[in-house]
Design a protein around this ligand. Structure first.
Ligand SMILES: NC(=O)c1ccc[n+]([C@@H]2O[C@H](COP(=O)([O-])OP(=O)(O)OC[C@H]3O[C@@H](n4cnc5c(N)ncnc54)[C@H](OP(=O)(O)O)[C@@H]3O)[C@@H](O)[C@H]2O)c1
Length: 334
């Protein structure tokens, strides 16, 4: 055990984002994953994460949270809304730093000093951090720079979004079985996804611009990754203007890559916009193209990484004033 490391724990470890978090935290140079919680007493971390085989990270069920609470300073909640609604107030009361991956408190003002951890836009993090939703992260990363530069009509934003099936969690739902998903593709929650109000709220918070968003979400027959095409109206769009907006937002931020589709677009389509370029990475890719009065953006990220666990690690790093890349890229903590 290294004293310069922060002692952390995870609740909801057996879920998809909990497991990615565990993997990232085990490899984090300034975190010490002291224990994990799961409701299932039969389960152990190495069963799902072979890397943990010889690490002997203890696993506890939720009835011993009280007894083990002094062992960690930070708790990551990778749990559904119902569970986070119960556990967030408890851990805050115990004085813990809480990073909640659920949507329980993203839209509510119930918890004083709650922060919305959209990295790099939120630089004022407190001890309770609501990690943004996956679609919301992707949309906000693409839209905020252009809205801040007033390059787009805030009331004409159309988003065509597709996600891999891990976005729906690891519970055994019939419609998510391999036999149902393979070779299949369909829209769901048309213009009703719960991330629409989240996107609108945080466009306003971070760009001070009131915007309305229309979004249709789809399920892709792939494990992980979000691909989002955004159709935006602009009076007089130029590639230089877009480039400047992205540069202002991301020049000091290591996890966004942008590309113009003005030239060499075939190569870029194949090499830059594919999900396989961002899966299992903390990166967001954003490509842009202008056609007359429209700006098209194509944004991709991994729902389990930038859309969940790696963004939670970015928030942890920022809160503890560590290098933002610590635990996320090789040598990131150096
Ligand atoms: N999947 C994504 O792409 C994604 C992206 C961004 C945010 N999120 C959010 O992150 C959270 C976790 O998502 P996920 O996809 O990883 O979910 P998941 O795969 O369904 O796993 C959730 C885990 O939470 C624990 N859990 C479930 N019900 C519980 C309860 N009543 N009390 C205590 N623990 C409970 C379980 O862990 P144990 O079995 O170990 O107890 C379960 O495996 C959700 O709120 C989700 O909306 C998910």
């Amino acid at each position: 055990m290294n004293n310069s490391r922060v002692n952390v724990a995870i609740l909801g470890t057996q879920g998809y984002s909990g497991l990615v978090l565990a993997n990232l935290l085990i490899n984090h140079p300034f975190a010490n994953l002291v224990l994990v919680f799961s409701r299932d007493p039969q389960w152990n971390l190495a069963e799902d994460l072979p890397l943990a085989e010889n690490l002997n990270i203890p696993h506890y069920t939720l009835d011993v949270v009280d007894e083990t609470i002094s062992l960690f300073d930070v708790i990551f909640l990778a749990t559904p809304i119902e569970a986070s609604s119960q556990w967030v107030p408890y851990f805050i009361k115990q004085g813990k730093v809480v990073i909640d991956l659920s949507g329980a408190y993203r839209l509510s003002s119930e918890i004083p000093d709650a922060s919305y951890g959209l990295s790099p836009f939120n630089t004022q993090l407190g001890k309770f951090i609501s990690n943004p939703g996956c679609y919301a992260t992707c949309a906000l990363m693409a839209l905020l720079p252009l809205l801040k530069h007033k390059l787009i009509d805030p009331n004409d934003i159309i988003i065509d979004a597709k996600s891999g099936v891990t976005g729906a969690g690891r519970q055994g739902k019939k419609e998510l079985l391999f036999g149902e998903m393979v070779g299949n593709f369909y829209p769901y929650k048309i213009s009703q996804h719960q991330h629409i109000p989240e996107i609108e709220k945080y466009l306003q918070v971070f760009s001070e611009c009131q915007a309305t968003v229309d979004m249709v979400t789809h399920l892709l027959p792939v494990k992980q990754g979000i691909s989002m095409t955004l159709y935006l109206k602009s009076d007089n769009p130029t590639y230089e203007g877009i480039e400047q907006a992205f540069s202002d937002a991301y020049q000091d931020y290591p996890f966004v890559k942008t590309k113009s589709l003005e030239k060499n677009q075939n190569t870029i389509e194949k090499t830059f916009m594919g999900l396989n370029k961002i899966v299992a990475t903390p990166y967001t890719h954003i490509a842009y193209k202008i056609v007359k009065q429209r700006i098209y953006l194509v944004a991709t990220l991994d729902n389990l990484y930038k859309g969940a666990a790696s963004q939670a690690i970015e928030n942890f790093n920022q809160l503890y004033q560590l290098p933002l890349t610590a635990g996320l890229i090789p040598g990131g903590g150096a």
